[in-house]
Ligand binder design. Structure first.
Ligand code: NDP
Length: 367
């Protein structure tokens, strides 16, 4: 909220016409409110889009036209994934506790990690910690890099048959000698909390069918839109990236919610032109700061999935994490945006916990 004070004018004189303009000359979606309780007359305004200049004129019958101009840098609302994820984790914890009290069962999540990739080990550690924090039991198998595919399949089969396990997650990527497809297909459909099983993805794509699980990162993106009251139905959405784990299921989810969806990928001609049509942008590319301010329609909502390390000598780690979207530029054009870090990242684990709870409730027929 900003304000302009107009000395020498009283609110009784005012019959005002407000002419808010966007930087591109179009009419802005600006709310102006006349404070009647203050002297001098005070006009307060807030803008949900890229307002740069606000022009005000008062046409009071016995007074000359007044006009005021104020230049401001509009700033998008921050979609705080960290805070939403915390709320979801609290909700999951409450449900887990209710389930334990009612039927004496706690949800269980099994995680299989193959090899010594540092970031994969960190993700697995974080998932385990998150499970503990909400009362979900976690089971972990860590196999050496040179394990045989059969070894992984054996553990999956054991977890498929284990009634205390309600979700199975194979940490990707797998070592290159393993067939990822064979391994993901072996996870029981009912325990596929990552939602990567082809049958779950297929059901996501089909009208009239429901997947048992929706992949965690895209589900987290759409959950953020819901919790921030962003309308999806009838909107134009552009998903940048078409990977099996983020871009493609994100596009499927948006179209299930009645958005008109376009997908931009590495072979798209004029990606900026396509992206500029979007009311909602989900970007999952892995290219730092690729989406610039001039790719964005004023007032668009941006969900930035990208997590990209870029060199930063001032940071103690020598790098900082940035998204696919140039945050500084996007903030001035979009109406809302997720930060990186602290946007989609925390939502992914929250959705995994939520999927594991859903699975346990379904298996035990617990409402
Ligand atoms: P992939 O590498 O699997 O997919 C990237 C996609 O981006 C591909 O579809 C590719 O197109 C497209 N692409 C690449 N370059 C361009 C370009 N110049 N213009 C348009 N499209 C392009 O990545 P992921 O989907 O696994 O991950 C994407 C990003 O999201 C990464 O930064 C990753 O770290 C992050 N991520 C974040 C998560 C979170 O929890 N926040 C979870 C998962 C991922 P094509 O198909 O034509 O090759």
């Amino acid at each position: 909220m900003a304000s302009i004070k107009l000395p020498g004018f009283s609110s009784s004189l005012i019959k005002a016409r407000f002419l808010p303009f966007n930087h591109d000359g179009s009419r802005g979606n600006t709310v102006v409110c006349i404070r009647r309780d203050v002297d001098p007359l005070s006009l307060e305004f807030s803008s949900t889009n890229s307002l740069r200049t606000l022009s005000l004129r008062s046409y009071a019958s016995s007074s000359p036209v007044i006009s005021a101009k104020l230049t401001t840098e509009a700033s998008a609302k921050v979609i705080d994934g960290k805070s939403v994820a915390k709320t979801i984790r609290d909700e999951v914890a409450a449900e887990v506790s209710r389930m334990k009290d009612a039927i004496g069962v706690a949800p269980g999540l099994a995680v299989i990690l193959v090899g010594n990739k540092k970031d994969s080990a960190t993700y697995v550690r974080n998932k385990k910690k998150a499970c503990e924090s909400v009362g979900i039991n976690s089971f972990e198998v860590h196999l050496p890099e040179d394990s045989a595919e059969q070894e992984v399949l054996k553990f999956i089969s054991g977890f498929n048959d284990d009634p205390t396990v309600h979700g199975i997650l194979v940490q990707l990527p797998l070592p290159s000698h393993m067939n990822e497809q064979n391994i993901l297909n072996a996870v029981s459909l009912e325990k596929d909390v990552d939602g990567f099983h082809p049958l779950n993805i297929g059901r996501l794509a089909m009208r009239g069918r429901d997947p048992l699980f929706v992949p965690c990162t895209p589900k987290g993106c759409v959950e953020l839109l819901h919790r921030y009251g962003v309308e999806i139905k009838g909107k134009r959405a552009v998903v940048i990236g078409r990977s099996n784990i983020v871009g493609m299921p994100a596009a499927l989810l948006l179209q299930r919610e009645d958005a008109t969806v376009s997908i931009v990928h590495s072979r798209t001609k004029n990606p900026e032109e396509v992206t500029r049509q979007a009311d909602i942008i989900i970007s999952a590319v892995g290219q730092p700061n690729m989406v610039r301010g001039n790719w964005i329609k004023p007032g668009a909502v941006i969900i930035d999935v990208g997590i990209n390390p870029v060199e930063d000598s001032k940071s103690p780690r020598g790098y900082q994490l940035v998204g696919d979207v140039c945050y500084e530029e996007a903030c001035k054009v979009a109406s809302a945006i997720t930060p990186v870090p602290g946007g989609v990242g925390p939502m992914t684990i929250a959705m995994l916990l939520s999927n594991t709870l859903i699975s346990a409730k379904r298996m035990h027929n617990f409402q």
